[in-house]
Design a protein around this ligand. Structure first.
Ligand SMILES: Nc1ncnc2c1ncn2[C@@H]1O[C@H](COP(=O)(O)OP(=O)(O)OP(=O)(O)O)[C@@H](O)[C@H]1O
Ligand SMILES: [Mg+2]
Length: 332
């Protein structure tokens, strides 16, 4: 896949502490090459929705014309899976929420999905109604003990076509223990290989760090989805994340692409949210998904319910948004 180049864009002169002192010295706006998935590059040529009035095409929250992606065609054969790392080292930006709900929405479109909880907090497992501390075996045993078969640890969830490789606090030891392993960055890929043909998507919910576990997820992945909270400091750290993705691509995994950047916790009532999203689109262009996830209390509710929003509140705006995201992911 070729390298996507976009000219560095000039941003408003307004000082912005959110992007002033990037760790690693880089500013996301200075990037000249951000390699993104082909479908994302083609986004500009996608069909805009029909004019809805005299004021021109309807604009979505990203400031681009709203495009309607049709329902993806059904598939009669499954696999090999596309592995997607859900990644941002910033905490609480919607990685786990997006993993569960994107997974459930892909499954509604007939795709077989494996969700990998790769965070010792086990929030993904909890969000699917599983008590992580009660588990005898988790992803930790699969990656650290060669005698443990991944198929014995994967479990079905209440959501049809969605399986889970659960995690719990045991995984926190893996970061240190893996350092001594040969091929330590390829451990997750090695353990997922035997089941890849059974799924269409494997979504890996990363912990909020750029440590060895996250590098394992990026080494296994075909694509990365970066959830980004619509909040003042959201751009801080994104340059470092993109640098990490590029290093993994160069040294460990040449097939790695950025599938897309997902704006989360958007509040359409505030100018602030709109300004943040405008800056994100300005910096990253068509890498940003058209779909934007609004801030709503329904998401914390679903965690308590242990269900994806597509089941808990199937007709809610949140469920509709994750279905739209699933269509974009399938199209990219
Ligand atoms: N769109 C949203 N609107 C409102 N609350 C949300 C939304 N998305 C997620 N949340 C809530 O915000 C909190 C953090 O979300 P989530 O756990 O998905 O983030 P995370 O990036 O996985 O966090 P961590 O870095 O700790 O793993 C959770 O309580 C979740 O229910
Ligand atoms: Mg999480």
């Amino acid at each position: 896949m070729s390298t996507f180049s976009q000219p560095a864009r000039r941003l408003p002169d307004r000082p912005d502490p959110a992007t002033e002192s990037e760790p690693g010295g880089a500013d996301p706006r200075d990037r000249t090459t951000v390699r993104i998935a082909k479908g994302a590059r083609d986004a500009k040529s996608g069909k805009a929705a029909k004019d809805t009035g005299d004021d021109g095409p309807k604009l979505g929250p990203t400031g681009r014309p709203v495009r309607h992606l049709p329902e993806p065609p059904p598939i009669d054969r499954h696999g090999p899976a596309q592995i997607v790392a859900m990644c941002n080292q910033k905490g609480g930006v919607g990685k786990t929420t997006s993993t569960i709900n994107l997974g459930a929405a892909l499954a509604e479109y007939g795709r077989r999905v494996l969700l990998v909880d790769f965070d010792p907090q086990g929030a993904l497992s909890v969000g699917l109604g599983i008590q992580p501390h009660e588990l005898d075996q988790t992803v930790y045993n699969v990656i650290m003990e060669r005698s443990v078969d991944v198929e014995d640890v994967i479990r079905e969830t209440r959501v049809e076509r969605v399986d889970l490789l659960p995690s719990n606090i045991d995984l926190s030891a893996a970061e240190v223990q893996l350092v001594a392993e040969v091929g330590r960055e390829h451990t997750l890929l090695r353990v997922l290989r035997p089941v890849i043909d059974r799924y269409d998507y494997v979504l890996v919910d990363c912990q909020p760090s750029l440590g060895l576990l996250t590098v394992n997820a990026l080494t296994a992945a075909d694509g990365v989805v970066i959830p980004l909270e619509c909040e003042f400091f959201s751009l801080r750290g994104v340059a470092l994340l993109i640098d990490t993705i590029e290093k993994v691509r160069e040294r460990l995994n040449p097939k790695l692409d950025i599938t897309g950047i997902l704006a989360t916790m958007f509040d359409p009532r505030t100018l602030h949210s709109k300004e943040v999203i405008a800056r994100v689109v300005e910096a990253f262009g068509d890498t940003v998904f058209d779909t934007v996830i609004n801030r709503t209390v329904r998401f914390p509710e679903t965690t308590v319910a242990g269900e994806p929003i597509t089941r808990w509140a199937p007709r809610s705006a949140g469920a509709t948004a994750y279905r739209a995201l699933a269509r974009e992911v399938i199209a990219r």
